[in-house]
Design a protein. Structure first.
Length: 67
């Protein structure tokens, strides 16, 4: 979960222009899962975390690696 938080924190360092140009990346969802992990102490759905790690991050990587 810490790595997901790091991804989201780095997301916030990107310019608005970059995020607009690359709107195929779910920027708001990245921030959203970070907020859930950080603020929903004890109520984190581990299935959501698992799906994020197994499916969402690799999909996002495929989109980002050529940028």
């Amino acid at each position: 979960m810490f790595r997901i938080i790091q991804i989201a924190e780095n997301n916030s360092k990107l310019s608005d222009k970059f995020r607009e140009i690359h709107n195929e990346i779910p920027w708001a969802s990245i921030k959203g899962i970070r907020n859930i992990i950080v603020h929903a102490y004890g109520r984190i759905n581990m299935t959501t975390v698992y799906d994020t790690v197994i499916y969402d991050i690799p999909n996002m990587y495929e989109k980002l690696k050529d940028i």
